[in-house]
Design a protein around this ligand. Structure first.
Ligand code: FES
Ligand code: FES
Length: 175
């Protein structure tokens, strides 16, 4: 009879909250996020590192969580799409995706938002080409990408308005 797999204890901080769980060493990070933590905003599309639906930030860098093991995240800080929302409402990226029709079925949207968030952290004023490169690892089968690019551009302007004025805004005010 094969030996039972021993669980491994890991501790992670996700969207500012600490979690400790005993898990099988073979558990994928995306499964951990969805099934152990119940954060189902992170989607599984291809499970082969192609589509980007499972994109999250690990220690501030985007990764495809379908191709990492949960044990590799032990001691790390994660941010999932649930972490975008602010105390006073949606993040300007979320508002912009809604207002500029940057989604249809929405399956790719969590990954798109996380890649776009990372892009704007690294480059607050991206050109159209830079936006396209920033989301190149995320596949959308519905939108044709035009409105996604428009939404990211509008969010960049909204965030820049916030930094300049110190006032929160929505993407609409600056779009
Ligand atoms: S589900 Fe991870 S890249 Fe597609
Ligand atoms: S909105 Fe459907 S896959 Fe992108």
């Amino acid at each position: 009879m094969p030996e039972a797999i021993q669980p491994v204890r890991i501790e992670v901080t996700v969207n500012g909250h600490k979690y400790q769980r005993d898990i099988e060493p073979r558990m994928l990070l995306v499964e951990f996020i969805r099934e152990e933590l119940g954060l189902t905003g992170t989607h599984i599309g291809c499970d082969t590192s192609y589509c980007g639906a499972c994109t999250i930030l690990l220690n501030g860098k985007p990764i495809k969580s379908c191709t990492a093991l949960a044990v590799q995240a032990d001691g790390c800080e994660l941010m999932t799409v649930e972490g975008l929302e602010r105390d006073d409402g949606l993040h300007p990226l979320q508002t912009a995706f809604s207002e500029h029709h940057g989604l249809q079925c929405g399956y790719c949207t969590p990954g798109m938002l996380m890649s776009s968030y990372n892009l704007l952290e690294e480059n607050p004023n991206p050109s159209r080409d830079e936006i396209c490169k920033g989301i190149a690892g995320n596949v959308c089968r519905c939108t044709g990408y035009q409105n996604i690019v428009k939404a990211v551009d509008a969010a960049a302007k909204a965030l820049s308005y916030e930094i300049t004025t110190g006032k929160p805004t929505t993407a609409t005010e600056e779009a």
